[in-house]
Design a protein around this ligand. Sequence first.
Ligand SMILES: [Mn+2]
Length: 252
Amino acid sequence: MSTYIISDIHGALEPFILLLSEIGFDPESGQDELYLLGDYADWGTHSIETIGYIMDLDRYPCVHCLMGNHDLMFLQAIREYKEMLFPNLTWYETNKGFKTWDDYERLSEKNQEAVYNWLLSLKFSVDIEVNGRLYMAAHAYPYFGNRGRLGRIYTKNEAVWHRADFDEDPFRNYHGNKKYKALIIGHTPTSYYRACENRRVVHEPNTVFFGRHIIAIDCGAKALEYPELGEESTNARLAALRLDDDKCYYVR
Ligand SMILES: [Mn+2]
């Protein structure tokens, strides 16, 4: 049994399916656990198909899906649309939500409702224990649920939006009983963390970043379909981390 983690698929459905076959993930067998850390759509052409594919996967108990900032923006856009408020143009334009929304509008009412309910069901963090080591996974930053004040309040918004520093301890304000080894996150392409650590831009394909307290796994797949972004696109990959032995798998 192995534990795999993937994040920030951003509509890159073919690379995602390829990556699942690279790691030999078979949800039917229930042998392995798969954690997806959010940002399923936007940017890529196959955004709504990616969400549909992942909704199907999420029916298996061995698949665990978290909320990303893009999923939260999508959820908010649906809610605003239902309530006839103005659409969220920041999501639609700057965050390329139009890739998702245009196809969402073409879904049947029943499927639209299913997408909405699935987005609502996404959790903001999850504890993962592997070989006696305890990790927290979240899209961007820790979330401790509604267990009150932990030095300061970590909100759901921070859990999907806040950019962790490359060498910070995101658990420094947590005074509970759990001893987390690291926070596993997506959200920020690892090229950013490698540049922080090396104090210069690294001109190589993105790799999973193992920091002192964080493990960042978003290798920038959102840029795969955007050659005009230059190196951001050529260095983009979709990564899977096998937590049991820190082995990393990449596709593009
Ligand atoms: Mn994100």
